[in-house]
Design a protein. Structure first.
Length: 196
């Protein structure tokens, strides 16, 4: 993350995204595929690291191999195979976007961090070293089991998360950069999908 100053002098925290150039690698139509969409490729990839089916896919569109392929629909403008889409063609300053990404993996976590339990609180009434313990989980002779979905310790993070209505502060077309207000899901350098 970084920060920029607005016109009225406020310091705004923002995240910088490299959003292109993206290449149209496939066009899906209702006649052939049953729905309309375009497939965009991002980030160059060596031919030796590309499988033969993928190489054929990219040669058909007349582009070099790409590392990431994502489908989008709802484009108002018509695109052709091999078209290069730059950031200033799709985004403008002061509009709002949704950003989806994979959240940081945090491994196995207890109930206090994972579900926001407050723990036992004070270590009174014979409590000893149980401040972050989950406490009773409620089962007795009936139902004699733990219900599915009970909030317990477990694996946390590594989920697909979408943050909605983030403001685009600035578009830098010469470097294909977007400055988006606030934080985004995922670690530095991870891949995110930006939707209007």
């Amino acid at each position: 993350m970084t920060s920029v100053f607005s016109a009225d002098g406020k310091n705004l925290a923002c995240t910088v995204i490299e959003a292109g150039p993206c290449v149209v690698t496939q066009i899906k139509t209702v006649e052939n595929d049953g729905y309309e969409a375009i497939q965009l490729g991002f980030e160059e990839k060596k031919e030796k690291n590309t499988s033969k089916p993928e190489l054929g896919h990219f040669k058909k569109s007349g582009t070099t191999p790409k590392r990431h392929l994502v489908e989008f629909n709802g484009f108002e403008e018509e695109f052709k195979l091999g078209d290069v889409i730059k950031v200033d063609k799709l985004f403008a300053a002061d509009e709002f976007v949704d950003v989806a990404g994979t959240s940081k993996g945090k491994g196995f976590q207890g109930v206090v961090k994972r579900h926001g339990f407050s723990g036992v609180g004070e270590t009174s009434h014979g409590q000893h070293n149980r401040v972050r313990a989950p406490g009773s989980i409620g089962a007795a002779s009936y139902p004699a089991k733990v219900f599915k979905g009970m909030k317990m310790g477990g694996r946390m993070g590594g989920d697909t998360v979408t943050v909605q209505n983030l403001q685009v502060l600035k578009v830098i077309p010469e470097h294909n950069l977007l400055l988006i207000k606030g934080s985004l899901p995922g670690a530095n350098g991870s891949i995110v999908i930006v939707n209007k």
